[in-house]
Write a protein that binds this ligand. Structure first.
Ligand SMILES: Nc1nc2c(ncn2[C@@H]2O[C@H](COP(=O)(O)OP(=O)(O)OP(=O)(O)O)[C@@H](O)[C@H]2O)c(=O)[nH]1
Ligand SMILES: [Mg+2]
Length: 386
């Protein structure tokens, strides 16, 4: 995973890199505070999934009782998935392919949006029959036209496993489980610092917030003392609308929110790292023939090498990177009036991009390693060490 600086080059030669390592080493000797990270982004972008990965990678993972506590949520995710699909068949003019499944459809619709009182064999048999129906699959393929959780296919494909009485959720199932975050959550963990730097451990505090519009007013409570923001973007969202406002494109909302965060005077000192997430879903979507062009017509004039998926992900990165350049231009205008302000303000502004799949533990492990090093460097630059 490469670190791609959009303002300041991180790779300015081996000598400088050695120098930075030396400075980090010196700094760690004296620095005892926890590094404070704040995850921001729109709803369903993948913030809580990254927190879960930190538990897997840096804390003890999930105990048996914690796994069992996830089962009702996974059952509900399965229910909301099939229920949303069959509810939307009629509005989209799609019929069941097998008329025998009308009975199962009536059964599920009668159960209602909240799910059954008991997730029993009869319930799972009906879900299985429906998920195998060609009409249900056709409606699933058009899920960008209504609100469906991203893990719908994952859980419905595993209905036999999930329906077992002795089902114990795996790490992968927990990572796929969707529960909206309300309020502010915090996890603390320690990470080994490589011997080449200094050795020992570094403490992290990571804050997770709810990303839906109604949750964002709470964010300011945790802005103070934050060393780095991880801004998470669901790249596969380009053809979907917001759950809380179906007149707004999800990726456009992410861009507006990112610009707000980038420009926030409360976050000027924090490093900014953008996680261009859900690369697995983006790749699948593009390979199925979907295009970003109808939603972002500028894509038609975007020049970049590679296949359609590569070009799309680079285009999405350019949309965010352009917003950071836009801010710099504004600073340069201020520059002619008061040069000192510009030098002072632009020193702290950096933005790095990573392409991620938050449900993939190996991917998050690699990204975290890169980002850890980058954050140490950023804090050093902010306290004036380099
Ligand atoms: N396939 C896939 N699914 C992902 C990825 N990242 C997150 N998800 C899934 O997307 C859903 C939403 O992820 P969350 O981590 O709950 O999103 P969030 O940003 O915390 O959302 P809010 O709490 O509403 O702000 C979950 O079902 C995740 O499993 C990814 O990279 N790939
Ligand atoms: Mg969340």
């Amino acid at each position: 995973m490469r670190l791609i600086p959009c303002i300041k080059s991180y790779d300015e030669g081996v000598d400088q890199s050695k120098q930075i390592d030396r400075e980090i080493k010196e700094w760690i000797k004296t620095y005892n505070d926890a590094i404070k990270l704040l995850l921001l982004g729109t709803g369903e972008s993948g913030k809580t999934t990254i927190i879960k990965q930190m538990r897997i990678l840096h804390i003890k993972g999930f105990s048996h009782s914690e796994r069992m506590a996830m089962t009702p949520h996974i059952h509900f995710n399965t229910h909301e998935s099939i229920y949303e699909i069959i509810q939307n068949m009629s509005p989209l003019g799609i019929s069941l392919q097998n008329p025998k499944n009308v009975r199962a459809q009536d059964y599920l619709l009668n159960v209602g949006p909240e799910g059954p009182q008991e997730y029993n064999e009869e319930y799972f048999d009906n879900v299985r029959d429906l998920w195998q129906d060609g009409g249900v699959r056709e409606c699933f393929k058009r899920s960008n036209e209504y609100q469906l959780i991203d893990s719908a296919e994952y859980f419905l494909d595993r209905i036999d496993l999930i329906g077992k009485e002795d089902y114990v959720p795996s790490d992968a199932d927990i990572l796929r489980c969707r529960r909206k975050t309300t309020g502010i959550q915090k996890i603390e963990f320690k990470v080994k610092v490589p011997k080449s730097v200094h050795g020992g451990t570094q403490e992290f505090w990571m804050f997770d917030v709810g990303g839906q519009r109604g949750e964002r007013k709470k964010w300011i409570q945790v802005f103070e003392g934050i060393h780095a923001i991880w801004f998470v973007v669901a790249c596969s969202d380009f053809d979907q609308t917001l759950r809380e406002d179906n007149s707004q494109n999800r990726l456009k909302e992410a861009l507006i929110l990112f610009e707000d965060v980038w420009q926030s005077r409360f976050l000027l000192e924090a490093g900014l790292i953008v996680f261009l997430n859900k690369q697995d879903l983006l790749e699948t979507k593009i390979k199925q023939g979907r295009s970003i062009a109808p939603y972002f017509p500028k894509y038609n004039h975007f020049e970049a090498p590679g296949d359609e998926y590569t070009r799309t992900k680079l285009f999405i990165r350019s949309l965010f990177a352009n917003l950071t350049n836009k801010k710099r231009e504004r600073r340069e205008v201020i520059a002619s009036a008061e040069r000192f302000v510009v030098l002072e303000a632009s020193r702290a502004r950096e933005c790095y991009f990573h392409f991620t799949t938050a449900t993939d533990t190996d991917n998050v492990r690699t990204v975290f390693r890169d980002v850890h090093q980058m954050i140490l460097t950023h804090i050093l630059s902010n306290i004036g060490v380099y």
